[in-house]
Design a protein around this ligand. Structure first.
Ligand SMILES: O=C1O[C@H](COP(=O)(O)O)[C@@H](O)[C@H](O)[C@H]1O
Length: 246
């Protein structure tokens, strides 16, 4: 089922496998054009599933993973290797098991490397700017976002000042979801991507998906990629989308 911008999948497994295939094809197409590709990873449960499907995909080798730049949309401000870090999750699920170029892996700084989320954000913004040749943020081929039950994306939570931050990256405090300190790309940076795919699975996400899509509210509803924004969801997450005709 699809409206173009919203594609509904039978369940979480089908969703994760389909997103993995899309990703591989998207990165392969970018490499066919430019010889390299870039992806912004997200954290969360459905993302971890997607990464495992990428690893297991029979078409995985159509991408030269050593010519992919890996960035993160947000990070929990915790020490390196902490299992709650989005970096740790992505490494365990697939990055540690594919042949990549370590120079092209760009995690956000951890709490044992810098003193504050602001320092981590400033360091990340500088790294993005260097990669973009001084132009703010590089052109991301695809940027993945999970969505929280409250409609947050990356670490941009409803009502939190980080949601209105300018620049490329921001330190986040008082996150209602633990841990309270985080680092995030700004909405402005997210919206520069050529493609943003918001992935939602489970009935817990249904209300937020509906509110974001029907009213353009919540952080998720304010995501408008420079290229296209696509909502890749399962039936449970789409349960409240009665106004959409599939
Ligand atoms: O805290 C976070 O939560 C969201 C969603 O996670 P989920 O487990 O409910 O799918 C995630 O997208 C974000 O990157 C992460 O830091």
């Amino acid at each position: 089922m699809s409206t173009g911008a919203v594609i509904v999948h039978e369940d979480a497994e089908v969703l994760a496998e389909a997103v993995a295939s899309r990703l591989i094809n998207r990165l392969a197409d970018a490499q066919a054009q430019r010889g390299e590709a870039s992806i912004v990873l997200t954290g969360g449960r459905i993302a971890a599933k997607v990464y495992r499907y990428v690893l297991e995909s029979p078409i995985r080798s159509v991408v030269d993973w050593s010519k992919v730049d890996f960035w993160w949309g947000d990070e929990r401000f915790l020490p390196s290797g902490d299992p709650e870090r989005n970096e740790t999750q992505a490494r365990a699920a697939f990055l540690d098991r594919i042949l990549l170029d370590p120079e092209r892996v760009h995690p956000m700084a951890a709490a044992d490397e810098v003193g504050t989320p602001e320092e981590a954000a400033a360091r990340y913004a500088a790294e993005l700017e260097a990669a973009a040749g001084g132009a703010g943020v590089p052109a991301f081929d695809v940027l993945l976002l999970g969505i929280g039950e409250d409609g947050h994306v990356a670490s941009l939570f409803p009502g939190n000042p980080a949601l209105e931050a300018a620049g490329a990256a921001v330190g986040v405090h008082d996150s209602p979801k633990p841990p309270p300190e985080r680092v995030s790309l700004t909405l402005e940076a997210i919206n520069t991507a050529a493609a943003v795919w918001i992935i939602a699975s489970g009935e817990g996400k249904a209300a937020a998906v509906d509110e974001a899509l029907s009213k353009g509210e919540l952080p998720a509803g304010r995501v408008k990629a420079a290229g296209h924004t696509r909502w890749l969801v399962d039936k449970d997450a789409a349960a409240n989308l009665k106004h959409l005709e599939f």
